[in-house]
Write a protein that binds this ligand. Structure first.
Ligand code: ADP
Ligand code: MG
Length: 694
């Protein structure tokens, strides 16, 4: 019998959330915190002290002995350093203390986190600052305080700070637009995000036997198994007991932490699964996703499993992505991307849609950059995930509406049947019933956009910072123009019509996986930045630097630093993979093939002696020898190319992409043939069949 879980009671029980704060704080203190969240007002030290004290008492009741400023450095994962609450009393005893100062600001040092040159070692100190908009929580005996991470000079070194800046910015500009539509109530517009997380689970013992999985998170070698995912028998299939045990515990831990875990199912590839939470504001969604990834790994270990978040753990079967569902809503919960029932709502919807299309078109290269990584390169454009070309899918109904708005302008004199965008004139927009296009990188799905280029291991911060800032910029331009207009309806119609006309090229409804699309996209002038090395220069393109500095999301220094960090990460990842391949080829694969060849040679000798046929053995020896030689050649070639990597990081990234990776691919081809030819007893690590069909 299943034990009965009281989920409502369990949910958020380890979080110092609003309800708990209301219970445990004096009313004036609670109100001060609420005001700080609502309008960014500063908390006084007295208020911070009272919150810290209440947090400490609550955390100790939950078993905490320590606190940690939890932050999201540029590694893409989270960081924590734990301090106990103890303070000596001078007579050999301790008391448990935690002050407002300790809550609000931490000196993390953290000099080893990537900083892209923002911190010289003599001023290596990094600081953390409490983010009061995200709830503190208790986990494994520590009070976790979500924080921003920045340098001595105040430059941001993390993924949270720009996200917080971007949600403010898009809110401010969106509210300006809402005022034009007569909305006097809305104080804030909130960026809502739901991030669907894909992952693989493998048995721990098999994983431990593969150096490539342990060091790089993916298989660098491996012949394709006789069966892959062609039968679609895993997708949405019955979840096996061991995995459902993992999922159950994962849900419970997530719920305790107030994470809205909603949907779980098997995904397309064998051993692949997905977890989707209910959407929430972008900052919380980002914190929750980071926490979710880390808890997945811990819970998997307890079930003798390993959770792989890599974008492409296995060649030949689907990799893992993270669908980032993004929308904007008012503080009273009105979704601004939902076509409504009234003409005014629909006019507003079309204006936001126009801003989105214009922004995505103008900053497509930057959006591509936000998902650029060595691991995601294996997924994008591989016929299982969107291509590296950014485009937007809207569905037939919206396409038709946009088309008639564009055409309507051309025939302005003829009044009949013309589609006018205006608060009094816009007809209802029919609910889209067309099938959603799974091949699109950015699909409109009724009331939100689903950004599907993000890799499974990546922080969701990057794309959301980009989407918010792009949107803020376009809404800013629109507001400037419409605020000046004498006839609002007319100006609105002209604006929307102009934007749809000028940016129609970004809309694409066809098959994003096809070769034709690449050619068509090129004709349309859309960028196709195939690899990370191709994409990263766009990160610091003047127009992109201008966008983010104008809106105060990044300083130019911060952008250059981030660009340097991404380049370095790409170079290091490819280098580690290359060295791991060399190590495995030299110490495992070549010896296995040689030993097996030798056994075959012995057999040939013996068989010859007794006059038996040794046709099979001889043929195998010939094949093995051919590929052993070829593999050896690639070992030499890869060692050679790795010895002359350019010093300059940007040149190095191109070099890794064009000189190193092709040799790695060659090496893999020969190694995989050898795996097919070799007696399994000689093969040094578990095969794809072992790993994927355990
Ligand atoms: P799918 O078919 O892609 O699984 P779902 O409708 O199940 O789509 O939603 C996927 C994710 O989108 C969930 O995390 C969900 O909470 C989120 N989502 C739904 N509505 C919105 C919205 N308005 N804004 C942002 N995310 C949303
Ligand atoms: Mg989805």
């Amino acid at each position: 019998m299943n034990e009965i879980l009281n989920v409502p009671e369990m949910f958020g029980s380890d979080v110092f959330n609003e309800a708990t704060m209301r219970q445990r704080l004096r009313e004036t203190v609670f109100d001060a915190w609420k005001a700080c969240i609502a309008d960014g007002s500063q908390l006084t030290l007295e208020v911070a002290n009272e919150i810290a004290e209440a947090m400490k008492i609550w955390a100790i009741e939950k078993g905490a002995t320590h606190y940690t400023h939890w932050f999201q450095p540029m590694t893409g994962i989270t960081a924590e350093k734990h301090d106990s609450f103890i303070t000596p009393t001078g007579d050999g005893r301790v008391i448990m203390e935690f002050s407002g100062k300790e809550l609000v600001k931490g000196e993390s040092d953290g000099s080893s986190f990537p900083n892209g040159g923002l911190r010289a070692t003599f001023e290596a100190r990094g600081y953390t600052a409490w983010d009061p908009t995200s709830s503190a929580f208790v986990r494994d005996g520590s009070l976790y305080i979500p924080t921003c991470f920045f340098s001595y000079t105040g430059e941001s070194l993390d993924k949270k700070t720009p996200l917080l800046r971007s949600v403010e910015e898009v809110s401010r500009e969106a509210v300006r637009i809402l005022r034009l539509f007569g909305d006097t109530e809305t104080k804030r517009v909130i960026c809502q995000v739901g991030a669907e997380q894909e992952y693989f689970l493998l048995p721990k013992d098999l994983y431990a036997k593969r150096e490539d999985l342990r060091l790089t998170g993916r298989t660098l070698f491996g012949a394709l198994p006789p069966k892959g995912q062609e039968l679609d028998d895993h997708y949405f299939g019955t979840i096996r007991t061991r995995v459902s045990g993992f999922m159950k515990e994962l849900d419970e831990q997530l719920w305790r932490l107030g994470i809205l875990s909603k949907t779980k199912h098997n995904e397309g590839a064998p051993c692949q699964h997905e977890l989707a939470p209910i959407y929430t504001d972008a900052n919380t969604a980002c914190d929750d996703n980071q926490m979710m990834m880390s808890i997945m790994k811990k819970v998997a270990a307890k079930h003798n499993l390993v959770c792989l978040l890599h974008e492409k753990p296995f060649a030949g079967v689907n990799g893992s992505g993270k669908h980032n569902n993004w929308s904007l809503s008012t503080d009273s919960g009105k979704n601004l991307f939902k076509p409504g029932k009234t003409p005014a709502q629909n006019a507003r919807f079309l204006l936001f849609l126009a801003a989105f299309l214009k922004g995505v078109d103008e900053y497509q290269d930057f959006l591509r950059c936000t998902v650029a990584s060595a691991s995601n390169d294996h997924r994008l454009g591989g016929g299982e995930a969107p291509p590296a070309i950014v485009s937007v899918f809207l569905g037939d109904e919206l396409n038709a509406i946009i088309q008639s708005i564009i055409d309507g302008t051309k025939y302005e004199q003829e009044d009949s049947g013309m589609l006018r965008v205006g608060v009094d004139t816009m007809p209802p927009i029919p609910k889209d019933t067309t099938d959603r296009n799974r091949t699109s990188p950015l699909a409109f799905t009724g009331n939100k956009f689903e950004f599907r280029m993000l890799g499974s291991s990546q922080s969701i911060s990057g794309p959301n910072v980009a989407l918010n800032t792009i949107m803020a910029e376009e809404l800013h331009q629109f507001a400037d123009r419409l605020e000046q207009a004498e006839d609002f309806d007319k100006a609105l119609h002209e604006l929307v019509c102009e934007v749809f006309t000028n940016h129609q090229r970004i809309i694409f409804s066809g098959n994003g996986y096809s070769e034709d699309w690449k050619q068509e996209a090129e004709k349309r002038g859309l960028s196709n930045l195939v690899s990370t090395a191709d994409a990263l220069p766009a990160y610091i393109a003047p127009k992109n630097v201008e966008l983010f500095t104008k809106h105060g999301i990044f300083t130019e220094n911060e952008m250059r630093a981030r660009h340097a960090i991404h380049l370095e990460a790409y170079n290091k990842h490819v280098a580690i993979e290359a060295r791991t391949m060399l190590d495995m080829a030299q110490h495992q694969i070549l010896p296995a093939a040689i030993h097996y060849s030798r056994a075959l040679c012995d057999t040939v000798g013996t068989k010859r002696h007794v006059g038996a046929s040794h046709r099979a053995e001889s043929a195998l020896i010939a094949q093995l020898s051919g590929h052993t030689d070829a593999l050896y050649d690639t070992v030499e070639a890869l060692s050679d190319v790795m010895n002359s990597v350019p010093r300059d990081a940007e040149q190095a990234s191109m070099y890794y992409c064009t000189k190193v990776i092709p040799v790695m691919d060659q090496m893999r081809r020969h190694a995989d043939v050898l795996e097919d030819l070799t007696d399994k007893n000689y093969w040094p690590y578990p095969t794809y069949s072992d790993l994927l069909f355990y």
